[in-house]
Design a protein around this ligand. Structure first.
Ligand code: F6R
Length: 607
């Protein structure tokens, strides 16, 4: 959440590089943007509400400087206005600060600054940092920043420019990612690899509590007391083409259509046909340890939480280990009992979601074993866990998660299979699952081919202000994810419910104006589900039913969408795909920015 970039060199102008970097980070926050450069006459700031391209259009013609910092914002304190956009400056305009995170004691610090006669120019928590740095009497910029940081409670990834120290940027990290990139007589800083990889693949991830001085010649890292740490940069292997994403047709559409390839990648080399099992080397657990697991607790946020619920079902069904999923954002605050024989699983596309990261840290603090299902290699969660499974979905840019979610489901399928096969799952059932998984990429392709057929029904759904998404047991997390996608990008009220619970209250809302999207797989609950469809239809509720061709819906008036059947445990992912397509087409029909829905950001790095 919020993107940060920084640059210092000897040959190139900073501003174009900063703007390019911000464009690549815009999915992290897109309500306002700004840059500051070290010009011959001191620090200059340009910032405004709106997208990076608005900033680019408004940038003064002469905005020269070979060092600078930049920011794309996702508002926490104060609305998206020019004044609240970063960088923030001190009273004299000597200091510029960009910040990602939340300063919890900002209100007290703001009051203290006002009492001291400072006129605050914004509603933000970040501005206090600029003033604290500006007012510090330390001799060095590092000293000023360290003094300011000592006053802060909260999280930050930040970068500071100071007119009196034109040869350097000082950056710091506590809870929000910050990466230093080493170039040839130039250095880059970013909150995300995506902004760096075009320039350098020699990088250093700062650790929490670290401060760094960045000059054109290199970088030096310190602890909060300014004693040195020994961080060095290392070469990382990245697929540059994967970062050079083509956004002509929009990211979400492209990413949905990348799902068959992403599914192949996450399965590649991990299925053992002969023994009907999976092999996940990264779990770092031997068979005895795997057998000793008594429970599985899955933690994730948003869509990752819903796919975690699908994962919990897979684990219970295949491995017969009690499993459940919980929203990581709530977990740590209920002082959870951490059990030594429970396997905790953190699931995250970005690997940066602060709620999930804090849950992981809480589990480890209490001695629990936690593994990660993570997409972004080297991300904070990936580095924090005891072992894990990389999802290999490739960079996901659209705010609404699609291909990462599919790979999460497959990651859980592999985990469930491996756990199952060291317990009670037979070779025959294991082989059945392996074959089912191998067939999925092709079946995903078949569902995506329905896209054009779904445009009309999506447009009908878009006309409603309020909708239900319903499902039972395996179908319920599918409904939750469907409602999430729909509300996130269409701004329609979409509520997920267990089909069985409708009659206990929400049926009162069903009317011709409130459509229901029902998930009705061919399984042991089909008859019960069809019964509920009749109850909805009897009350005039329009119905869209995502189902299998084998399901007899009788005379229920509805628009049915048939998806191919897989093994029953794997069906949820194929049932999820039409819901992505419906949300996409509905949002497109409404003329909305599908890739950057209002109020949201791709990586949620604040609590
Ligand atoms: C919804 C969506 C979010 C994320 C959630 C967790 O489409 O993308 O709900 O799933 O913010 O993000 P990660 O997976 O990065 O931890």
């Amino acid at each position: 959440m919020c993107g940060i970039v920084g640059y210092i060199g000897t040959r190139q102008e900073a501003a174009p590089l900063l703007l390019e970097g911000l464009t690549r980070l815009e999915h992290r926050g897109y309500d306002s943007a700004g840059v500051a450069v070290m010009s011959a006459r001191g620090v200059r700031v340009a910032k405004r509400a709106g997208r990076v391209r608005d900033l680019q259009d408004a940038l003064p013609k002469r905005f020269a400087g070979k060092a600078g910092i930049g920011h794309t914002r996702w508002a926490t304190h104060g609305p998206a206005t020019d004044a609240n956009a970063h960088p923030h400056a001190d009273t004299k305009g000597d200091v510029a600060v960009v910040h990602n995170g939340i300063i919890d004691n900002a209100a007290a610090l703001r009051a203290e600054l006002v009492d001291a006669g400072v006129t605050l120019a914004s509603d933000t928590d970040t501005e206090v940092i600029a003033h604290l740095v500006g007012r510090s009497e330390a001799d060095t910029l590092e000293g000023k920043v360290a003094e300011a940081l000592a006053r802060l409670d909260g999280t930050y990834g930040l970068a500071v420019l100071h007119a009196d120290f034109p040869d350097r940027l000082v950056v710091a990290r506590n809870g929000s990612p910050l990466i230093v990139g080493v170039g040839d007589k130039e250095m880059h800083v970013a909150s995300d690899l995506a902004a760096l990889v075009r320039y350098t693949t020699t990088v250093a991830h700062l650790e929490d509590g670290e401060i760094a001085t960045i000059t054109a010649a290199g970088f030096t890292t310190y602890r909060a007391d300014l004693t040195h740490t020994s961080r060095t940069a290392a070469h990382i292997d990245v697929d540059l083409a994967a970062y050079d994403v083509d956004s002509r047709d929009g990211h979400m559409l492209r990413e949905m259509h990348e799902q068959p390839a992403a599914a192949e990648r996450v399965l590649r080399g991990r299925l053992v046909e002969r023994f009907g099992t999976a092999h996940l080397g990264g779990l770092n657990m031997d068979v005895r340890e795997t057998r000793a697991i008594q429970r599985v607790k899955i933690l994730g946020c948003g869509s990752a939480y819903y796919v975690g619920q699908m994962g919990a079902s897979l684990i219970e069904e295949l491995a017969r280990i009690p499993a459940d999923a919980e929203a990581a954002s709530e977990f740590r605050y209920r002082d959870p009992v951490i059990e030594p024989d429970t396997l905790y699983v953190a699931v995250s596309q970005s690997g940066e979601t602060i709620d999930t990261l804090l849950a992981v840290q809480e589990i480890r603090r209490k001695g629990g074993r936690v593994i990660g299902l993570v997409n972004v290699v080297g991300s904070a969660i990936a580095r924090e866990v005891d072992g894990g499974v990389y999802l290999h979905a490739g960079p996901e840019v659209a705010v609404a998660s699609t291909k990462a979610l599919t790979t999460m489901f497959l990651g859980f399928s592999l985990l469930a299979l491996q756990l199952g096969r060291v317990r009670y799952l037979s070779v025959a059932d294991g082989k059945r699952m392996v074959a089912g998984l191998q067939a999925l990429p092709e079946q995903i392709e078949q569902v995506l081919a329905l896209s054009d057929e779904l445009v009309e029904v999506a447009e009908q759904l878009a006309a409603a202000q309020s909708l239900f998404f319903v499902g039972r047991v395996r179908g319920f997390p599918v409904a939750r994810e469907g409602a999430q996608k729909f509300k996130e990008i269409t701004y329609r009220h979409a509520e997920a419910y267990q089909t069985s619970e409708l009659k206990h209250g929400p049926l009162a809302l069903i009317s011709p104006a409130v459509p229901t999207v029902a998930v009705v797989p061919h399984d042991e609950l089909t008859d019960r589900n069809v019964g509920a469809l009749h109850e909805i239809a009897a009350r005039g509720g329009p119905l869209v039913v995502v189902t299998h061709a084998e399901v007899d819906l009788g005379d229920v008036p509805c628009r049915r969408i048939d998806v191919p059947r897989s093994e029953r445990e794997l069906d949820p992912i194929l049932l999820t795909l039409p819901l992505q397509l419906l949300a996409f087409h509905a949002a497109t029909h409404l003329g909305l920015d599908v890739d950057k829905p209002r109020n949201l950001a791709k990586s949620v790095t604040v609590e």
